[in-house]
Design a protein around this ligand. Sequence first.
Ligand code: ADP
Length: 218
Amino acid sequence: MTKQSYAVIGLGRFGLSIASKLFEAGQEVMGIDIDEERIDDGKLTLTHAVVLDSTEEESLKSIGIRNFDYVIVAIGNDMQASILTALLLKDMGVKKVIAKALNKRHGQVLTKVGADWVIHPERDMGERVAHQLLSPNVLNYIELSSEYNIEEIMIPPGITSKNLRELDLRAKYNLTAIAVVNNENIIISPSPDQILQEGDKLVVLGNRENINQFANIK
Ligand code: ADP
């Protein structure tokens, strides 16, 4: 994986979890916070960490913020600081600005000031929890559009020991099998002869309702 540079502004729970994961993955990560205590935290291990107020243009310039590949605005409750920071970053020519929104309106303003990717962590997590409760066999999913998903499904017990041809996912549910996950092995583009064992997971692409129907076969 090529090394990219990231600056994470706001080292609360959200910002710190992003920064730590990126650092663990071998990326160059600068942590930024207005609060000295957050930066002095002995457990903080990042490439660099600096105390500064991200609403001050000169401070951002002094660390060469525009040279980072990605800047993540993970400021918590101070909506004004978050919006002003995103605006400054885009004005200064930062290529990719990712910003956390507290609510829908905040998200809309962040988009208006030019944020490239706006994240709604609480709303998105809530939706994921509801999805998981409604379809316990679904382990993971990606929304491709309002209708289509890619979902990783725990194979319903009734259909184990069948192969994909017998399952006939395309004709019965209009679904495409993308992969079969068997312990740690991933079989991409599985052949029609691929047998599904108990405990395997199937990754399918298709209409959400059809996936739901398949995932809930008794
Ligand atoms: P979380 O819900 O992710 O834990 P917090 O509100 O605890 O959110 O964390 C947000 C962080 O953002 C805090 O550490 C705070 O000091 C930092 N922060 C707030 N305003 C600024 C700013 N203007 N510049 C830099 N960091 C800021």
